[in-house]
Ligand binder design. Structure first.
Ligand code: PLP
Length: 403
């Protein structure tokens, strides 16, 4: 078992809460960080702290080469064709906003934007705002009764030739996996620009953007064992190059006069201002960490652990599971009978168990499910069987208390 050997690299997990060992089942919200990521960021601040791209001095040269090396790492990590296709942002949310804002001038009244109805708000609201600015229309792709994207309904919607199709790779609320290769291929046949939100996929599976064939793929560093405050926008060069910059200012320019400004070429054109340098370097260390693992084996073990978690919850009784398919990725959504998810979360926390409760930034999905919210337990490379057993034992006592 690979997973059981990785835990010691994550110092946060060594603590206990009120005498209970910390059982962190909230990786989908943010992952814990390995020591190597913490060290890489501390090393930058201790030895190399300088702004990038700007100065003649050695510190800046070192900071710049470390920062740019992460762009190369990411190019290889997601198999982008060119390093200029990798844009650093502050997270998935910003990446989607860069795209949605950047397409404003290309969209016109009456055009259609299709969105995943299980999407995170970050992949809904920027499209609504784009529609408001342009007079375009946003339509959700419906779900089937078992909460997968409805392929037939999708194909019917595609007949309306949407301008944009925005999908999640993996639903953050449910953990359901979308067949993005097929969905993107169909969207492209209909002539749409495609964006895939990979925030919940990137840590758990190999992502090849050329194989998916999407125009944009976005994710956050903090959900893949890296720091908060950094994200990635991958864009196919010719589509990325047509985006109007969301942010303007330093770094993204070639020349400025009081009369006019000439923008820089990619990737700088979409990276205005001082970037999150330490965070990018930390993200580089997170990629090194992920790539040091036997990834196929890790994914298989994560899958087995998730299926064990689903099965144990089923055995517990009085548990309502939502869309708990065996091919889900790293998360399970549930409620305890009719009990309020927040009560369950608080009682679990009193026993050292960290799960997420609420609408999971997916209010439209909650409405579809007829729910105010639910609990979500999610796993990462440091999760082990003992975590699941602790969680299930804690759930037994919560059940005894509440039912
Ligand atoms: C699927 C998905 N998209 C977007 C986001 C937003 O990510 P961030 O808050 O890092 O910008 C999240 C975060 O939970 C997510 O899970």
């Amino acid at each position: 078992m690979v997973l059981s050997t990785l835990r010691s690299q994550f110092p946060t997990l060594e603590q206990s809460n009120d005498g209970y060992p910390l059982c962190y089942l909230d990786t989908a919200a943010t992952s814990q960080k390995p020591q190597s990521v913490i060290d890489a960021m501390a090393h930058y601040y201790r030895f190399d702290n300088a702004n990038v791209h700007r100065a003649a001095h050695q510190l800046s040269a070192r900071a710049t080469s470390q920062y740019e090396a992460v762009r190369d790492k990411l190019k290889q990590f997601i198999n982008a064709e060119r390093r200029q296709e990798i844009i650093f942002s502050h997270g998935t949310t910003e990446s989607i906003n860069i795209v949605a804002n950047g397409l404003t001038e290309q969209l016109s009244k009456g055009q259609l934007i299709l969105i995943d109805s299980a999407a995170h708000h970050a992949n809904i609201v920027p499209w609504q705002q784009l529609a408001k600015r342009t007079g375009a229309q946003v339509k959700p792709i419906p779900l089937t009764a078992d909460q997968r994207l409805d392929l037939n309904a999708y194909k019917v919607l595609l007949q309306q030739q949407p301008a944009i199709v925005a999908l999640s790779h993996v639903s953050n609320a449910l953990g359901t996996l979308n067949p993005v290769h097929e969905l993107v291929s169909l969207a492209k046949q209909a002539g749409a620009i495609t964006l895939v939100d990979g925030a919940q996929a990137i840590a758990h599976m190999n992502v090849d953007v050329q194989a998916i064939d999407c125009d944009f793929y976005v994710f956050s560093g903090h959900k893949m064992y890296g720091p908060t405050g950094v994200g990635v926008l991958y864009g196919r060069y010719d589509v990325l190059d047509k985006l109007t910059p969301l942010m303007t200012g330093g770094e993204m320019i070639k020349s400025v006069s009081f009369e006019q400004t000439e923008f820089n070429i990619l990737p700088n054109r979409l990276e205005a201002g001082t970037p999150p340098i330490a965070e990018v370097i930390g993200l580089g260390a997170a990629i090194d960490f992920i790539e040091s693992l036997p990834r196929d084996q890790v994914h298989a073990e994560e899958q087995a652990l998730l299926n064990y978690l689903q099965d144990e919850l089923r055995k517990l009784g009085d548990i309502v599971l939502y869309a708990a398919h065996s091919d889900n990725i790293a998360a399970v959504a549930f409620n305890l009978a009719d009990e309020h998810h927040q009560d369950v979360g608080i009682l679990l926390d009193q026993q050292g168990i960290a799960v997420r409760c609420g609408h999971h930034c997916a209010m439209p999905l909650m409405q579809t499910l007829g729910l105010k919210g639910c609990c979500r337990a999610s796993i990462g490379v440091y999760t082990n069987k003992a975590d699941i057993d602790n969680f299930i034992n804690a759930m037994k006592s919560v059940k005894e208390l509440l039912l």
